[in-house]
Design a protein around this ligand. Sequence first.
Ligand SMILES: *Cc1c(COP(=O)(O)O)cnc(C)c1O
Length: 230
Amino acid sequence: MKGVFHMLTVAQNIEKLKENIAKAAEKAQQRPDHIVVVAVTKTVESSRIQEAWEAGITHFGENRVQEALTKEYPEGSCLHMIGHLQTNKVKKALQRFSVIQSLDRPSLLVEIEKRASAPVECLIQVNAGNEEQKHGFAPDSVVDFARRAAASPVVRLRGLMVVTPYLSDPEQLRPYFSKMRRIWESLRQELGEDRMAYLSMGMSGDYLIAIEEGANMVRLGTAIFGPRTT
Ligand SMILES: *Cc1c(COP(=O)(O)O)cnc(C)c1O
């Protein structure tokens, strides 16, 4: 078991995380309990998902429909789709997920409208660095699409999900986060707090900076479950 002895349990990680979040929230003049933690469970087995639930986590995130279908999530928890959703998997995804955070193109909105039998909570994915290899709307095209999504009778728009470039120094992400916060605030003014309830940004390497810059939802895998081995 060499190398394993120093690893913290899921519950210990979550405890530490809550302390860190409280400090960052204070800097942003936010209430810590207004920050939603989505535990990202890709490659994590059901028993460890249960551990996180027992430590107080109620939101879970997966990036693949197929993987989400093979695992068990605690009854009463809320499952978020955070990965690119192929059009031909929308029907299955809607049966499994409570929130689609990765509404990343107009055609996906159309497909959700076609397949859903009840309103679907969605966040619009924004590709903050305009990176070619990443999905999502460019920051300067998200406003128009948000107006359209907000008017949908099926999609229940709930906010933005931001993906940022990978930078070894997370401090350098501040300008991306603050820009997205401004766009989110202005959409919130226009569309209302219900339609723009969440600004989902920040992952394990940068969530404290994201919260300082205004995120109220963070997506954390490694910080909760440790490094992914597969
Ligand atoms: C994997 C993933 C995360 C979590 O990544 P960590 O660095 O392990 O916290 C967050 N968001 C998305 C979209 C992901 O795919």
